[in-house]
Design a protein around this ligand. Structure first.
Ligand code: BGC
Length: 733
């Protein structure tokens, strides 16, 4: 009988008449609408499976639903390259040999390009690397606003201006997500310092929140459609940011209608009920700070694991709560891990190197060139001294979670040797900083005096000195986990630079950092280049700029103050920075960065938006298409721009707006438009820029809406926030 049955089954199978499953797995069908798929998958899941989606299963992954063929999610830092593989249960490197990446320039450098097209190329390239490495979520980019130059993580962010950061973050995210990889915009929100980042409770006005700290996140959500966002470690008005009713429920998921996942920063969850009810979707990194003992396989104890399950079972939290979270995670999985249309990605290819180099070149800022030492004509010098530890040091290693294992990294010294020849160049370290170390200081094994003496001797007998210094990725420098302890350059560099200036007048200072710093030697310096952290191609980019193969076109994405006390955050005592250990008040309010310097009439060392070129540009007078506008209008502005020098080059033209008779306090001026314009030598063009009238509004705390006064506004074209060329007045009805 059995034999007969089997024969019948085989015949059925061959004839194709086999019984089809009666319930179609709609969630597997990519042609079905996303919400139909999500609903279908959810309807098949047990409560335990839904809860499992809401927390980590390893250091960098979270659960799928194996029974239904729904894969897990794999995440990786971000934001400057795809990080090396990390162990399942600890922060240790996994020691793979196939996890190298292209190191792209730091986000401050990207912001300094003022070129959204570069940002798209960057996002696309890093997204391809993430995809190739089989990551579903790239933990970046970061858009916390530059409030104090002491913040150890400023190098991972996009500067002090909400408009610039917004315009730059949107294309990055789109570029990443084109690969079927989610970007994770971070750290939401008000994580503007590393000191006490785990508990500091930020108090600020609604205006400062909405006008300064939220816009880049809002653009990421509403314009770029980012699929995930990372809650930050700090508190906001008394509640941790990863389980914050105001920022997650009211603003992100309410006002902005975010349909993606809120992922905690690693260890950012604190309490099951708040996490459940206040918008957290995926809990990562709890109880594993990487330093103290790590309870292995503790994932079931996560706030959004067993304790959450118990509360759902007992009815303390309604099942609709986990349905909502699980739906978000499913949506994310369908968009990424289960996205059947995503490309295959690519790793460490020529194209990615070129993107990295182009971003670095376009981001390098020429700050001073008063004796025209730059561009360097190599044939004029017999001997060139390259001095400074940053000329040879890896600056992709260290720095915290943004650390990278690049396939290669061209140091400035290598780039300069390649450009000017090994026979001309001699190197002296000048100072030593010690090994890059996270959360501890490992001092240099070298004798500081001998390093200094050797450098001075070399400088005194060389025709030209190229000094390559700045900050680095050690703790208390540009590094996660701590803030800088001082505004000065570290490791005795101020003294060293002054001594070098005494023995040689031809010194090109090249500074690598993600932060501003004091420049006590500036009056004696003729030539200064701010070169950020350039990633794999750093050395080639620097050499191309110094030699004039590429004309500098970067502009500062934040103000370089002369001293720390010039900054708003440092003008109100410790309560405004770093806080009193518990609480911090942003007393400078909306006057962050150049808004503060302008309004308080403080001269910066170098202003926001500043940067020179090897050519010169002449601006024409700005004009507007009309005299009077209503609230829904867009103002069309135009002016001529001419490259009046003898080299091709690019200028970042900027438009600032001010409202002289405002009914509330407003900054003296605010950036409202910009464009990077490439012009051949002698060429001129008419630059057109537009500003929406609604972008001239301020946030009205009483009505909780954006408000625009019927009043006169002044719109100015400028080459930096302090170099205003001309202005036009317009009226808003
Ligand atoms: C950082 C995040 C990072 C995460 C995972 C945290 O300490 O703040 O930016 O993405 O670790 O490495």
């Amino acid at each position: 009988m059995n034999k007969l049955k089997s024969l019948f089954m085989i015949l059925l199978a061959i004839s194709g008449l086999q019984a089809q499953p009666t319930v179609k797995q709609v969630y597997l069908d990519k042609n079905q609408p996303m919400e139909v798929r999500v609903k279908d998958a959810l309807s098949r899941m047990t409560l335990e499976e839904k809860v499992a989606l809401c927390h980590a299963q390893s250091k960098f992954s979270s659960h799928g639903v194996p029974r239904l063929g729904i894969p897990e999610l794999w995440m990786s830092d971000g934001p400057h390259g795809v990080r090396m593989e990390i162990m399942w249960d600890s922060w240790d490197h996994a020691g793979w040999t196939n996890d190298s990446c292209t190191a792209f320039p730091a986000l401050t450098c990207l912001a300094a390009t003022w070129n959204p097209e570069m940002s798209h190329l960057y996002g696309k390239a890093i997204g391809e690397e993430a995809r190739y490495r089989r990551k579903d979520v790239l933990l970046g980019p970061g858009v916390n606003i530059y409030r104090t130059p002491l913040n150890g993580r400023n190098f991972e962010y996009m500067g002090e201006d909400p408009y610039l950061a917004s315009r730059m973050v949107v294309p990055y995210i789109k570029g990443v997500q084109e690969n079927g990889v989610a970007a994770c915009v971070k750290h939401y929100v008000l994580n503007n310092q590393e000191k006490w980042r785990g508990h500091i409770d930020v108090e600020l006005s609604d205006r400062a929140l909405y006008e300064i700290y939220l816009p880049a996140f809002e653009a990421a959500v509403t314009e770029a459609g980012v699929w995930t966002i990372m809650g930050s470690y700090n508190k906001v008005r008394g509640q941790h940011a990863c389980e914050n009713n105001l920022t997650l429920m009211k603003i992100l998921k309410g006002e902005w209608n975010f349909d993606g996942c809120v992922i905690t920063d690693w260890g950012g969850a604190h309490n099951t009920k708040d996490a459940a009810l206040n918008g957290q979707d995926i809990e990562m990194g709890t109880g594993t700070n990487g330093f103290s003992a790590n309870k292995k396989n503790a994932y079931d104890n996560y706030f959004l694991a067993d304790p959450y399950l118990q509360m759902l079972r007992s009815g303390e939290i309604p099942v609709s709560n986990v349905d909502e979270k699980a739906s978000r995670v499913l949506r994310l999985i369908f968009r990424t891990a289960m996205n059947q249309d995503k490309p295959f990605g690519a790793l460490c290819n020529q194209e990615h190197s070129e993107v990295g180099r182009a971003v670095s070149e376009q981001g390098i800022v020429l700050l001073k060139n008063s004796t025209k030492l730059l561009p360097i004509d190599g044939s004029r010098y017999k001997t060139i001294a390259v001095i400074g530890e940053n000329a040879t040091r890896s600056l992709t290693e260290g720095g915290g979670s943004s650390e990278l294992k690049p396939k290669y990294e061209i140091s400035p010294l290598q780039g300069l040797i390649e450009k000017f020849g090994a026979d001309k160049i001699k190197y002296a370290m000048g100072y030593g900083s010690g090994a890059p170390a996270y959360d501890q200081v490992k001092s240099s094994p070298y004798n500081a005096d001998s390093l200094r003496k050797a450098a001075i001797e070399l400088a005194s007998k060389s025709d030209l000195v190229i000094y390559v210094g700045g900050l680095n990725k050690n703790t208390h420098q540009d590094c996660e986990g701590n803030d800088r302890l001082s505004y000065d350059l570290p490791f005795g560099q101020n003294e060293l630079i002054s001594e070098l200036q005494k023995v040689n007048k031809n010194i090109v200072l090249v500074m690598l950092s993600g932060n501003a710093y004091a420049m006590p030697w500036l009056s004696q310096a003729t030539t200064l280049v701010q070169a950020w952290y350039g990633g794999s191609e750093a050395g080639n980019a620097i050499a191309n700029i110094l030699s004039g193969n590429v004309n500098p076109s970067g502009k500062l994405p934040f103000t370089f103050g002369e001293k720390l006390s010039d900054y708003g955050a440092h003008s109100f005592g410790t309560i405004a920075y770093p806080g009193d250990e518990t609480k911090e008040e942003y007393r400078e309010d909306i006057l962050v960065g150049y808004r503060w310097f302008d309004t308080k009439k403080i001269n910066p060392q170098f202003p926001f938006g500043y940067g020179l070129s090897y050519t010169t540009f002449e601006y024409g007078k700005i004009s507007a298409d009309k005299k009077e506008y209503s609230a829904d209008d867009t103002i069309q502005l135009s002016f001529t721009l001419k490259n009046t020098g003898s080299r091709d080059g690019a200028e970042v033209v900027q438009v600032y707006a001010s409202e002289p008779n405002a009914s509330v306090v407003r900054p003296t001026k605010e950036l409202k438009a910009f464009k990077k314009v490439f012009l051949k030598a002698g060429e001129s063009t008419i630059v057109g820029l537009s500003v929406k009238v609604k972008d001239l509004a301020y946030f009205d705390e009483n009505s909780h809406t954006w408000h625009i006064d019927p009043s006169t506004f002044v719109l100015s074209n400028a080459s930096s926030s302090t170099d205003i060329v001309s202005s036009v007045k317009i009226k808003v009805k």
